[in-house]
Design a protein around this ligand. Structure first.
Ligand code: ADP
Ligand code: MG
Length: 322
């Protein structure tokens, strides 16, 4: 098999807070193959964003610190690069799309300039060339009348158009990997689907790998090739998307799947939600972090923590009882 584009091994990221040390990402390992979309799914606070910020080395320090692990990209350990080398990779070989386009776009710079800038920076293009490329990118993300849109400011765009511009910006330097962190969560459902379809289509055409971070299993079902399920800073299940949907092995994954609407579900009945609250990362139990909410928990689950173990080829779960 070809070398994966990204290999994250035993990544641990902690924050020092007033309430104590928070292990936001705890010994997390996964890979992303060329051209594939890996979804990282989990409730709010499970460590998804800290994982992606760790890959890009954007963890605010203090209070945060990557304490352990390797992040191999293109054969290089990103954790060993200096800040200049890292800056050359960010926005060029690895691009990021955030949930909140209003805070990731600069409000006082035109859309055209914001897309063109990384092209001048990473590709040594002249501003004229970069603006031409920016216009082509805006057309590619299906923004009509791209030429005149180059000179508008972010607030003149709708949320959907801003998210399309973010995609254009992410694709500007033909990255090998795009990390999209809840890229459409702030948008309404119809626009969400349009934008995710577009993102999937463009990354597929360019054979770009993607990490798609979401709390929505519906999004995972539609767009992911493989899935990593996070709970309490750890991966509790990982595998091919089809396998995860057909044979979810962890009770948490089973709970997440039960909460997505199905064509055959009775619309008058509420969907079952997972009861209870996500764990406090500064005071994780010694056993399985999901045990307090788990319908299948036994005494063993409270006493010790299950390690990830093989279910079938490429499918791992961290559970004693399924
Ligand atoms: P999500 O899965 O919703 O993206 P995050 O990765 O953003 O979750 O955060 C996981 C946990 O990491 C948070 O619940 C919080 O405890 C901790 N955390 C994240 N950022 C910081 C920070 N800047 N300072 C302190 N703790 C943080
Ligand atoms: Mg997040």
């Amino acid at each position: 098999m070809a070398t994966p584009v990204l290999q994250v091994r035993n990544l641990t990221t902690r924050f020092k807070t007033e309430r104590g040390v928070v292990t936001a990402v705890d010994n997390v390992s996964f890979e992303v193959a060329a051209g594939e979309t890996l979804a990282i799914v989990g409730e709010s606070g499970s460590g998804k964003s800290v994982t992606s910020m760790s890959i890009l080395r954007l963890i605010p320090s203090p209070p945060g610190r990557i304490e352990n692990g390797e992040i191999l990209f293109d054969g290089k350990d990103l954790l060993k690069l200096n800040e200049d080398e890292m800056r050359a990779i960010r926005g060029d070989r690895i691009a990021m799309i955030f949930q909140d386009s209003m805070s990731s776009l600069n409000p006082s710079i035109t859309i055209g300039k914001q897309i063109a800038e990384p092209i001048t920076l990473h590709r040594n293009a002249s501003w004229n060339e970069a603006y031409e490329k920016a216009r082509d990118l805006l057309s590619m993300v299906q923004i009509p009348d791209a030429q005149s849109r180059l000179s508008v400011y972010p607030h003149q765009f709708s949320g959907g158009m801003r998210q399309r511009s973010m995609i254009a910006m992410a694709l500007a330097c033909q990255p090998k990997l795009i990390i999209a962190d809840e890229p459409t969560t702030a948008l309404d459902v119809t626009v969400q689907a349009q934008i995710l379809d577009l993102l999937k289509d463009l990354t597929q055409k360019a054979q770009t790998s993607m990490i798609l971070i979401t709390h929505d299993m519906g999004v995972v079902a539609r767009y992911a090739d493989r899935v990593a399920v996070m709970y309490g800073g750890r991966i509790v299940e990982q595998g091919p998307a089809r396998e995860i949907f057909n044979r979810p092995a962890h009770p948490y994954t089973q709970g997440l799947l039960a909460s997505i609407p199905r064509i055959d579900s009775d619309p008058s009945q509420p969907l079952p939600a997972i009861e209870g609250m996500p764990p406090d990362l500064s005071a994780l139990p010694v056993g399985c972090a999901f045990a307090p909410r788990c319908p299948k928990a036994t005494r063993e689950c409270e006493a010790s923590r299950p390690a990830l173990a093989k279910v079938s080829e490429g499918h791992l779960k961290a559970c004693f009882n399924t």
